[in-house]
Each structure stands twice: as structure tokens, then as C-alpha cells.
Ligand binder design. Sequence first.
Ligand SMILES: [Cu+2]
Length: 130
Amino acid sequence: MMARTSNRMDGYKRAVMLVLAAAVLAIALTGCGSASGVSPGASGPGVQHFDVSLASGAYAPNALTAKAGEPVEITFGQGQGCVGTLVFPQFDINADMTKGPQTFNLGALEPGQYQWSCGMNMQHGTLTVR
Ligand SMILES: [Cu+2]
């Protein structure tokens, strides 16, 4: 009786583990397909690199244009105050910029407009992919 119960419990645990594994796999695949991690690390051939300064309290430049289908990475400089927080919703980025510059690999993108802003949604920038 006890053995049977514990077998059933093991089966249940195994099912839960399978569901969890499938969920993790699905998240990993989704992540690869959309935004992050296509070209981690330094820029290489075919990587479109941009530098955006936050030193003035606004984004300079605040409009970037990139080619579709080729990896994009953006280095945002250190920023204080208004631009101390960088929000880039389409890439799940919500970064503290007060400690130093940060580089974000956005991967190869579909044509469209991608908007970032400060934490208060006052300063804005646009990445146009075409
Ligand atoms: Cu702001």
C-alpha cells in the first residue's frame, strides 16, 4: 500500500518535472528567437554597433537606423538623474545606468521601430530597423 502510494507520488513528481523542463525549454527558445543573445560579447563582423551618450541628460543620438536581419548592439553611456534608468520594453531592458556604460546585444531584428526611454518616460530614443 505504501509502495503504491509512493510510486504514484514519483509519477506525479516526474510529470511536474517534465512540465517544468518543457516550460524552461520554451522560454529559452522564445528568448533566442526574439531579442537577446544572438551575438554576446564584443562586436564582430556584421554587427551593427551604436554608441549613445547620456552625458547631457538626454540621448545623443536619439535616433538610430539599422539594417534588418543583422545583429544590433548598442552601448549606452553612464547617465544620472533623468536618464539614470534605461527602459527598452521590447527587449525587457530596465537598466541602472548610474554605475557606468552598458552594452546591449539586441540580436538580428525585424523591420520596425523600437523605442527606449528614461525611467520616467520623459526622454526618448528610437531605433528604426529597415
Ligand atoms: Cu526621466
